[in-house]
Design a protein around this ligand. Structure first.
Ligand code: TPP
Ligand code: MG
Length: 666
């Protein structure tokens, strides 16, 4: 690759001694030699995909070497140098790429899609952008713990077009988080050149718009990367703040090996080949008598030996044997439910007071719990759930957020990685769609992929019956019950809401906690004033009867109660599911076996909802006990209309009683 005998890059070693210079050289040489080997293995079909970082090593290595080992780095798919610079044994990386148990994901995710707390590296998910917000969360934890640590996160220039990038930079700036945002501008995002990706001169210019310092660094110059990032990191440790760095570099190979580089002009390739970060640095070290050809040969030989030895070790490792129990067992982090008995006085309170009280008492118990959401601090949230929280817990732990659901969910994930807990309030459950990606792809899959818990509760004020139209009325639990890795709680009463919220917060897994807005101020109950917990996965049998089983949850439970009150002759068994994931099928099946008739009432529209799956399960498990087909009653297959006469027509409530009578008469 090298065409000149003199270095094409101007180096300034500042006060770095020869030992450091040689260390930096070795750290760059290692990923290069690994990659050269990988390209051979790829051609031989021994590994699957490969995203080459050849030509970009100075950035991964320079940034990693500038950070302390206990500071978190969040690398991308071309950052092999981050992993090697943290001295991960190579055989573990090779096992990871071959999907073996000594890797980091038990064969569940490929390439660089993993994290390791042991090495303080938090890998990407395929969606690129989400980790930028996760870095914010880790940095927030560092800020709150006042431990003077920096977090570095990587993205390509293509990834900067994603909303996550803008949200993460904005939040980092508003909260003055100690993060270094590293943009590796390598000219292409897959086949897309920069002029089709963004319309500004330098990505670094965006820093100004977010109110943060930004810099452009020659990404092929290891000394510039290392010395400048070291200096900035040192400065951030003293004075926490975010900094944006654009590293100018070039992608010397295809997006991934199979896709080639046909669309890249040869002239560009040739120009950047002249600027190769490794060969130029090698030349410089020779010119300045820091290293000799003989020493270089020795270093190469020893790295090559290490690579071969570790490849053999990974090769000899036996393949993973599929085991269904193990796979299912790793989706959620084990959680030993601790029952806190009800004690002391009770008071008649509203649903909304119960949520507020439960949350407040959890804040008192968990000093590392942070609540975040729009307008939740001094304003107390749009439903006033967090009223008075700032006075009680301070603004560090009760955080108003900008309007950026994705970033805030990602921040929750980052807090969890740093050992803290988060509760995120969606202003309305409808707006969770703006934070959907990190919930279903990052939080939900993290434990299964690499054993990292996502200790985040997302509070979801949901539901219709309040004449609020299509975007303030949805009950979207089915979006989440579909996704393995999430827990979904949906109480119908104040008592349950308080006890279940406490447990949701204790549980280290991600929990979607649905709170029906129509119940907030309409339902009252005697609730213990002290802290107590209730287990997830246990339905409540609200009424016992012999005619029919009604299964429901949320506000629809109250519709069922109303119908039964109006029809005292119907002896129905009423099951309130309370949690949808885990689902208490035992209680459901026992009731169905007793009554032989079952009607499932849900507020959501019919297709693809909980009622459908329950119905199928009942059919599979209780068919011989059924005296009539399972009946599902749900809302219309339309968006939720605004005016009350249309909304009433839309809601399942309007059709429930008739369906119930039909079923009994069957
Ligand atoms: C949300 C999302 N959209 C599309 C892709 C497919 N994809 C993977 S990498 C990539 C290009 C990324 O370009 P850039 O951020 O510049 O990083 P580079 O590969 O150049 O290092 C694309 C389009 C994806 N992984 N995620
Ligand atoms: Mg790119």
């Amino acid at each position: 690759m090298l065409t000149s005998i003199k270095s094409n890059i101007t180096y300034d070693k500042k006060n770095l001694d020869s030992k450091k210079l040689i260390q930096l050289y070795k750290q760059m040489l290692k990923p290069r030699l690994i990659e050269e080997k990988m390209l051979i293995l790829l051609r031989q079909g021994k590994i699957s995909k490969w995203f080459s970082g050849i030509g970009q090593e100075a950035i991964s290595v320079g940034v990693t070497m500038a950070l302390q080992k206990d500071e978190y780095i969040l690398p991308m798919h071309r950052n092999l140098g981050v992993f090697t610079s943290r001295d991960i044994p190579l055989h573990r990386l090779f096992s990871q790429w071959q999907g073996k148990a000594n890797g980091f994901t038990n064969g569940r995710d490929r390439s660089f899609h993993f994290g390791t707390q042991e090495y303080n590296i938090i890998g990407m998910i395929s969606h690129l952008g989400p980790q930028l917000g996760v870095a914010d969360g880790i940095a927030l934890a560092n800020l709150l713990k006042k431990n003077k640590q920096v977090t570095a996160v990587f993205t390509g220039e293509g990834g900067t077009s994603e909303g996550d990038f803008h949200e993460a930079l904005n939040v980092a700036s508003v909260w003055q988080l100690p993060v270094i945002f590293c943009v590796e501008n390598n000219g292409y995002g897959l086949s897309t050149p920069t002029n089709e990706q963004y319309n500004c001169k330098d990505i670094a210019d965006r820093g100004k718009g977010y109110g943060m310092e930004s810099f452009i660094i020659d990404g092929n110059n290891i000394l510039e990367v290392y010395t400048k990032v070291s200096k900035l990191a040192e400065s951030i440790r003293k004075r926490p703040r975010p900094i944006l760095i654009e590293f100018k570099t070039f992608r010397m190979r295809g997006h991934e090996e199979a896709s080639g580089t046909k669309y890249v002009p040869k002239k560009l390739m040739d120009e950047w080949a002249e600027k190769d970060p490794l060969s130029n640095f090698e030349m410089y070290l020779k010119e300045t008598n820091v290293i000799t050809d003989k020493q270089i040969a020795t270093v190469r030989e020893s790295i090559t030996e290490e690579i071969n030895e570790h490849l053999q070790k990974a090769h000899d490792e036996s393949p993973i044997q599929p085991n269904i129990e193990k796979e299912l067992g790793d989706v959620y982090k084990d959680f030993k439910y601790e029952h806190v008995e009800v004690s002391g006085d009770t008071a008649e309170i509203r649903f909304i007071d119960a949520v507020s009280e439960g949350l407040k008492q959890s804040m008192e118990r968990h000093k590392d719990l942070v609540v975040m959401g729009q307008d939740i601090a001094e304003y107390g949230g749009v439903f006033k759930i967090t009223e008075g929280f700032v006075e009680a817990f301070g603004k560090d732990r009760v955080r108003n957020t900008p309007i950026c659901e994705s970033a805030i969910v990602e921040v929750g994930m980052g807090l969890s990685i740093a050992g803290m807990k988060a509760v995120v309030e969606m202003q309305f459950a409808d707006f969770v769609s703006s934070g959907f990606n990190p919930i279903v792809n990052y939080l939900a899959k993290s434990h299964y992929r690499w054993g990292q818990q996502a200790d985040v509760v997302v509070r979801m004020p949901c539901g219709a019956g309040v004449a609020a139209g299509p975007f303030h009325s949805q009950t979207n639990e089915a979006w989440f019950t579909k996704t393995p890795g999430l827990k979904v709680v949906y109480p119908a009463f104040p008592y349950d809401a308080k006890g279940l919220l406490a447990t949701a917060i204790n549980d280290p897994n991600p929990v979607l906690f649905f709170e029906h807005k129509a119940l907030y101020r309409s339902v009252k109950q005697e609730v213990p004033a002290n802290y107590f917990t209730l287990p997830l996965g246990k339905a409540a049998l609200l009424k016992e009867g012999i005619d029919v089983t009604i299964i429901s949850y949320g506000a629809a439970v109250h519709w069922a109660l109303e119908s039964l009150e109006a029809n005292p002759d119907i002896k129905a068994e009423l099951v309130d599911l309370r949690t949808l994931q885990p689902l208490d099928t035992e209680t459901v099946f026992a009731s169905v076996r007793k009554t032989g008739r079952v009607i499932i009432l849900q507020e959501d529209s019919l297709f693809g909802g909980i009622a459908s799956d329950l119905s199928a399960m009942i059919m599979e498990e209780c068919f011989e006990h059924l005296d009539a087909p399972v009946k599902r009653v749900a809302s219309l297959e339309t968006p939720i209309p605004f005016i009350s006469q249309l909304e009433n027509q839309y809601l399942a409530k309007a059709r429930f009683e008739e369906a119930l009578k039909e079923l009994i008469a069957y």
